[in-house]
Design a protein around this ligand. Structure first.
Ligand code: HEC
Ligand code: HEC
Ligand code: HEC
Ligand code: HEC
Ligand code: HEC
Ligand code: HEC
Ligand code: HEC
Ligand code: HEC
Length: 424
């Protein structure tokens, strides 16, 4: 027997198992370390301003609704000392107040509540189509209380409402449905019980009130989507949207309002073009303030103070593009808008002739040619125009202009059939 033979052989299977366990444990540690040391998302990086609060609402709601307290604690409003009661507590006789733990609260704080501290934003909002015009678009103006009606009539850009047939569409569908449809989007301008207007929480999801969330284009896509106003889809295929989707996670979403530059936002978002203070243009909650056309109309017309509006929008563009590029783009887009108008005018002329001859049903939305007429401008005409102005070539072309041409051919055929049948 040689000494070497008596030595126990290394037991490879056990060694392997032990080193594998070692590696797994080590990987586990690495994983836990990685997870706990992830950079905190915006907002989470803020301290919880309510952590040591002795406020009665806070201490009880930490049990009753911990999510709300945690969210609000990390907001900049909580850091600035705004309390639950500042938004929720009201006098007993306040419209909509409910009794709660010995005080009176609003379950749903109204715009009048925000207005106490944010007068400028509310005043701008009230001048915009996000205000009462958005609500009138669905329910009409005939049942508005006198004060609200007067406010509505005083909005310069508010009353352009060329076609009331959509109110009839809402009636046809019935309130059981429209509550979840038209109203969900158009409640952005719905009056509260205290008659103040608008829903700030359409964009400022409570209780975070985070700038990042309000500024991201997904916030707008809650409503600006679908065949009649596909701004979100168009944005996604635009260069601006591509820049957002490929690099947006590096942008400075919490930058101080009014001071935004191309360093914070290398490309445009919905908010940058329509709301943010950017370059020479100041922050606004009047989303019509930078628009020159009524693009949503069947035949687009200029807005009351469109030249000033163009200056405001173009000074946003000019932070990132040269003047000549933008002026040329506007001239071309104006021409495309007029070209879409011409198609809609052709369709209107055919329908006008048929109506004069008594060949179209008097009730809207009751025969195929009326749906064709409606979709031509309401879906395809708008889509083509939005595609032009926000750089979505597929929407301008295949979801827009092509559908217009096709619908116009169909309207012509249906009109001829009607004329033949009537012996004309
Ligand atoms: C002793 C505990 C307690 C205190 C104190 C308290 N709440 Fe509440 N609150 C609750 C509970 C529990 C609910 C949920 C009731 C339910 O789900 O039906 C609630 C509901 C609410 C609601 C929703 C009411 C509704 O009708 O939808 C609001 C708003 C509210 N609380 C705000 C406040 C404010 C503001 C304060 C401080 C002035 C406060 N609460 C103090 C326990 C409390
Ligand atoms: C800046 C104003 C503001 C502050 C401050 C605020 N809330 Fe609210 N709260 C709102 C708004 C707006 C709503 C939503 C109303 C709606 O959806 O129509 C709401 C809704 C609620 C509701 C009912 C809705 C639900 O989801 O259950 C509760 C409960 C509530 N808040 C509790 C609190 C508590 C507790 C605090 C303090 C930690 C607080 N709120 C601070 C504005 C505020
Ligand atoms: C009692 C006064 C008060 C009320 C009421 C109030 N706010 Fe504020 N809000 C503030 C203050 C103060 C700030 C500034 C915080 C800062 O800049 O650090 C602020 C900031 C904000 C911001 C910017 C957040 C940020 O991160 O810069 C939003 C959005 C906002 N409020 C929305 C609302 C809405 C919506 C309502 C009504 C539901 C409301 N506020 C009601 C006082 C108030
Ligand atoms: C997905 C959200 C959404 C739904 C659902 C919706 N709308 Fe709209 N509506 C909008 C948006 C966004 C615009 C603005 C389009 C623009 O300015 O380009 C608009 C524009 C309008 C307009 C034109 C503007 C005006 O004031 O004249 C009318 C009228 C209208 N909608 C009525 C309705 C009716 C009626 C329904 C239900 C049958 C409805 N909408 C359903 C989001 C919606
Ligand atoms: C259509 C979406 C939308 C609605 C609705 C909306 N906001 Fe805003 N809000 C924004 C955006 C986006 C910003 C950030 C603007 C920027 O980029 O600087 C903002 C910023 C703010 C700020 C911070 C502004 C500053 O200069 O510090 C306040 C305060 C505010 N909103 C209050 C309100 C109030 C009050 C209402 C309701 C009357 C309201 N918002 C409704 C989108 C909205
Ligand atoms: C809750 C639904 C909703 C959300 C969220 C929303 N909008 Fe709107 N928006 C509407 C409706 C409805 C209209 C049409 C109102 C009308 O003309 O009657 C509208 C109209 C507009 C208009 C045209 C205004 C005019 O004068 O014709 C612009 C621009 C606009 N929105 C931008 C935005 C931006 C940017 C955001 C995101 C920061 C946003 N909206 C978020 C519902 C919404
Ligand atoms: C690069 C800037 C830019 C971006 C990004 C942008 N828009 Fe626009 N938007 C415009 C311009 C320019 C117009 C047409 C202006 C005019 O009428 O002069 C317009 C028109 C609109 C209108 C039509 C209003 C009407 O008259 O019917 C709505 C609604 C709108 N935008 C919403 C949005 C939404 C929602 C987003 C994001 C999904 C968005 N926009 C992204 C620049 C932009
Ligand atoms: C914050 C910066 C920024 C703002 C503001 C901005 N853009 Fe842009 N824009 C860009 C970037 C980045 C590109 C992509 C450039 C490229 O293709 O390399 C772009 C591309 C474009 C294109 C070319 C699209 C294509 O398909 O090639 C047009 C047209 C355009 N922008 C128009 C506008 C208009 C009109 C405005 C104002 C209403 C505007 N932009 C505002 C950054 C911006």
């Amino acid at each position: 027997m040689t000494p070497t033979e008596s030595e126990p052989k290394p037991r490879w299977p056990q060694v392997l198992v032990f080193s594998l366990i070692g590696v797994v444990v080590l990987l586990g540690f690495v994983l836990v370390w990685r997870l706990t040391s992830q950079p905190a998302a915006a907002g989470e990086s803020r301290v919880d301003a309510l952590a040591n609060s002795t406020d009665r609402c806070v201490t009880c709601h930490r049990q009753a609704s911990p999510g709300i307290v945690a969210q609000y604690g990390h907001s900049s409003m909580a850091a600035a000392g705004v309390s639950c009661s500042d938004c929720h507590k009201v006098e007993a006789n306040y419209p909509g107040a409910v009794q709660h733990e010995g005080v009176w609260v609003l379950p749903s704080p109204s715009t009048a509540v925000c207005q106490r501290c944010h007068q400028a934003e509310v005043a701008q909002y009230n001048q915009s189509r996000h205000g009462i015009p958005a609500w009138v678009a669905v329910v009409g103006s005939k049942d508005l209380p006198p004060d609200i009606l007067a406010a509505y009539q005083a909005i310069p850009e508010g009353q352009f409402a060329p076609d009331k047939s959509r109110n009839i569409l809402a009636e046809m569908e019935g309130e059981d449905i429209t509550r979840f449809a038209c109203e969900t989007c158009h409640s952005i301008g719905k009056p509260y019980a205290d008659q103040s207007i608008g829903q700030c929480s359409s964009c400022h999801l409570r209780h975070e009130f985070s700038l990042e969330q309000a500024r991201k284009p997904e916030t707008c896509n809650a409503c600006h989507i679908g065949p009649d106003h596909p701004q979100w889809e168009i944005y996604q295929e635009s260069k601006h949207g591509i820049a957002y989707m490929t690099g947006g996670h590096r942008w400075n979403w919490e930058a101080e309002p009014g001071t935004l530059t191309v360093k914070d936002f290398p490309a445009a978002t919905c908010a940058v073009c329509h709301m943010s203070g950017f370059g020479g243009t100041s922050t606004t909650h009047d989303v019509g303030e930078r628009l020159s056309w009524y693009l949503f109309a069947p035949v687009s017309e200029r807005r009351p103070s469109w030249q000033d509006n163009v200056v405001r929008m173009q000074s946003v563009c000019q932070e990132c593009h040269n003047d000549n590029f933008i002026k040329t783009f506007y001239a071309d887009a104006d021409k495309a808008t007029t070209a879409v108008n011409d198609f809609v005018l052709q369709s209107q002329a055919i329908m006008k002739d048929l109506r004069a001859k008594g060949l179209v049903a008097s009730e809207p939305f009751s025969e195929p040619i009326q749906f064709e007429e409606y979709e031509l401008w309401h879906h395809w005409g708008r889509t083509a125009k939005f595609g032009v102005w926000m750089q979505g070539p597929d929407y301008t072309q295949w979801h827009g202009a092509y559908e217009i041409v096709k619908a116009l051919a169909h309207i012509r055929t249906l009109a001829e059939e009607k004329l033949n049948a009537a012996g004309k």
